[in-house]
Design a protein around this ligand. Structure first.
Ligand code: MN
Length: 296
């Protein structure tokens, strides 16, 4: 079985004030894991360095926000205003187009977050945008672990989170010095993100913020912890059957899709709506590179 460690790389976000994230997807060696197509790990950091992301657009994807510490306010162009706290999930389905902003709330807590994107299949690329908040996700407690199901089904528990392809997302917490075996679907590929602590996955050591990729074919996940407790995100799905083109905050199928979205956003086209927030302003899309972008 092919198993690849994706080392995180530091990325300074144009959309976040001076903030660095550790990104594992997309990667030169790995485009998607199921429909999961983007994995950013942020913090933990003091709130003063928190997240202030002015209005920006998305197409063709779902954004998933998952917090370990802190609070973030989400606002979007379909009228949603939602504070998210640890253990809850914000899911924004961009479909044809939406814009949103994110503002971390000041308080005693630090900010520690994971931002994920899910690629929409071609039949959902042009649907109307939607937003949902899942405040009561299914939880499973085993002898050696506890798990929260973010999306899809795990150990008989299915999240209500709206998904468009066969996929799963689970947060798993394991105490120190444990050896845990969990069931996998052999038709899924998986990525295991080490959110807190270092962990051994199928015999290979994964550093914090690293992502261990497993190709389809495994029926079991074997995880060992050492001297510290560990928090993992298990992301999986049926390998995404389409080539996609990801550029900036847009996912389309070809160059023209993202070029049109870019032009419409920068011209404040009604496709992406409008809304008011405390941040003010909006983030223009950068110039396209001087080549025809290719899906992969
Ligand atoms: Mn966004």
């Amino acid at each position: 079985m092919i198993q690849i460690l994706i080392e995180p790389r530091n990325v300074k976000l144009t959309t976040r004030t001076g903030v660095e994230v550790r990104r594992t997807l997309p990667h030169a060696k790995l485009k998607t894991i199921g429909a999961w197509c983007f994995v950013d790990h942020f913090g933990p950091t003091e709130q003063t360095d928190g997240m202030v992301v002015a209005a920006h657009p998305h197409t063709g994807l779902q954004t998933v926000t998952w917090l370990l510490e802190g609070q973030i306010e989400h606002r979007d162009s379909i009228g949603s205003v939602q504070i998210i706290k640890p253990g809850e999930l914000n899911l924004m389905t961009a479909g044809h187009g939406i814009s949103h902003s994110e503002l971390s709330q000041t308080g005693p807590q630090r900010l520690h977050a994971v931002q994920l994107w899910v690629a929409l299949p071609k039949e959902a690329l042009n649907i109307a945008p939607e937003f949902e908040h899942q405040g009561d996700l299914p939880r499973v407690t085993g002898e050696k672990f506890s798990a929260t199901v973010l999306a899809g089904e795990f150990l008989g528990q299915r999240a209500k989170t709206k998904i468009f392809t066969e996929m799963v997302g689970v947060e798993i917490r394991i105490p120190a010095w444990e050896d845990v075996t969990l069931p996998l679907r052999s038709d899924f590929e998986y990525g295991i993100l080490a959110v807190e602590g270092e962990v051994t996955v199928m015999g290979k050591s994964v550093p914090q913020s690293g992502l261990e990729y497993l190709e389809p074919g495994s029926e079991e996940l074997k995880v060992q912890t050492a001297k510290e407790p560990v928090t993992l995100l298990l992301l999986g799905g049926v390998p995404f059957p389409e080539k996609i083109l990801m550029w900036w905050n847009f996912i389309g199928r070809n160059h023209d899709d993202v070029a049109l979205a870019r032009e419409q956003w920068n011209n404040r086209d009604a496709r992406f709506g409008q809304f008011e927030d405390q941040i003010g302003g909006w983030i223009p899309a950068p110039e396209l590179p001087n080549v025809i972008l290719q899906p992969r």
